[in-house]
Design a protein around this ligand. Sequence first.
Ligand code: FAD
Length: 337
Amino acid sequence: MSDTKQQVWVFIEQREGKPADVSFELLSKGRKLAESLRGELKAVVIGHDLQDLAVETFHYGATEALLVDHPELEHYSTLPYSRIMSQLVDEHRPRIVLFGASFIGRDLAPRVASHTRSGLTADCTDLQISDVTYLRKDYPELLLQIRPAFGGNIIATIICPDSEVQMATVREGVMEKIPLDRPVEGQVTQVAYTPEEVDHLVRIIERHHEDAKVNLKAAPIIVSGGYGMGNFQNFQILYELAHAIGGEVAGTRAAVDAGFIDHARQVGQTGVTVRPKLYIACGISGAIQHRAGMSDSNKIIAINDDPEAPIFSVCHYGIVGDVMAVIPMLIDAYKHK
Ligand code: FAD
């Protein structure tokens, strides 16, 4: 076993056995961090009947999956999950522990960080390993936790130099999911779970499933509208364009605030992060908080009547013009293609 201090851990989030994409994205990033630390990547899988999921983590470079399997752990529950995670962290003292910034990760990570007296940075957009001995000679290689701050106006790099274990949450879609060509020969280590009274302080009486309204992350094409669409009525033309080219419709926070579109479809720092093959930005100025959620799109087309709009600095193709003149022409062109 390698030096336990050089381990990078990823908490594998799942619902009913279905893993969250963010966990594989974090494994892909964790692999790089572990390489920089000359350490090992490990996955922590908690739930029931998850042997296959534990093995799946080897496709992303985990050399060991710590599997805590018990019928009582089938569904996420704050108290047992945080107790198990905290005990594992205390026992092994990994250098880095990563969680998705999902409902589950946001619930779990602060509890584990607090129990294990570890540093935690939420909503990171990048993670790197750096030698910061120039700050203080006794600082080891540290995790640089990079995230927007002050309303997205600056990008902050945060370090937790006094914390032996460094933790971070990262939102889904921010990092790339990169499976290996061939899985590593990893090992699944069963970790025993003995239920304790404290685990049953909260009892789930009923579960209610609601289908997600839209999955922007999976959409290969996104037609996105901003405040420049003018009004709710004009905004509807974006659905026509999306329909013609097989895409989903999204919007900016200004469009959401104006009631043009539902918040579930907001792209950006406080919305969803997307990286589709094609992102068409219509009447969007390109504020940094919006760009944070879409600038990694493969190709970006921007339509804006202001040639100075910041969106033109991130797009691959720009059309200077009135959205209500340009979009009908695009629809027409696609329909008659
Ligand atoms: P505007 O900035 O008003 O831009 C409208 C654009 O439309 C202009 O460039 C204008 O030239 C153009 N236009 C007007 N009429 C036409 C026309 N007829 N034809 C063509 N172009 C036209 N924003 C997000 O989007 N997502 C987020 O997640 C997000 N999170 C935030 C978090 C924080 C903490 C803060 C402080 C802000 C956040 N914002 C977010 C808001 C962000 O700062 C911007 O205010 C917002 O993105 C602007 O939206 P917009 O581009 O639609 O509107």
